[in-house]
Ligand binder design. Sequence first.
Ligand code: CDP
Ligand code: CDP
Length: 222
Amino acid sequence: MGYSIAIDGPAGAGKSTIAKKVAAKKGCCYVDTGAIYRAMAYFLLENGVKGEETDRIAKKCQEANIRVAYEAGEQQVFLNGENVNSKIRTEEVGQMASKSAAVPQVRSWLIDLQRDLAVTQDVIMDGRDIGTCVLPQATVKIYLTASADVRAKRRYDEYCAKGMDCDYEEILNTVKKRDMQDMTRAIAPLKQADDAVLLDTSDLSIEEVVDRILEICAEKGC
Ligand code: CDP
Ligand code: CDP
């Protein structure tokens, strides 16, 4: 029997950064489920669908054939055959991902793809509902969080480092809006699973968080 590590939490908590490092240390596969929702959002935006058009989202989502592959340990997301990895990391796509992820048909369209990835390999998977819904039997569950200010500052620094145009206040607002949408939606909302360990990373370095998660894994025997 293999193991699975579920990491959930709000935007900018450090999920993907931490999960990648834990995966490298443990030699397991890192699955970024947010990228799958982002690929769906990108598809919808490309087809002129708006976030408010829930009926159109429910119908159109079934035309998106999303697949993931791993190249040198890096997850690549394919949308109808095209690698869209470099196109999905924008706030516009993030907002649309959050809106479309609240539509039940989108979630059910994407859930088997996520679960299948944990069947044949050891994984660390991050998202919003991994511990509560996608992998309820996960060996280890972590709820990673940080204050909204810290998370917005991290995103701001990340975009600046990439040379992207950005405004701190605007990022703070979109981060808060997305968290609210994700936490209050009717289906699979973002929340800490009863058996998840809460880690607030506001005052922790990346290495401290990674070490803490490795300790928790050791305690759980994986
Ligand atoms: O995946 P998620 O949206 O939760 O966050 P991320 O993209 O992994 O992290 C956002 C940024 O915060 C990255 O640039 C990380 O390097 C940084 N970070 C940090 O500075 N300190 C931490 N303890 C965790 C993440
Ligand atoms: O990296 P960041 O935290 O900004 O977001 P992400 O993980 O790329 O996810 C983008 C959006 O997809 C989230 O705001 C959620 O609305 C949605 N999502 C979800 O509903 N369930 C997941 N398992 C992963 C993402």
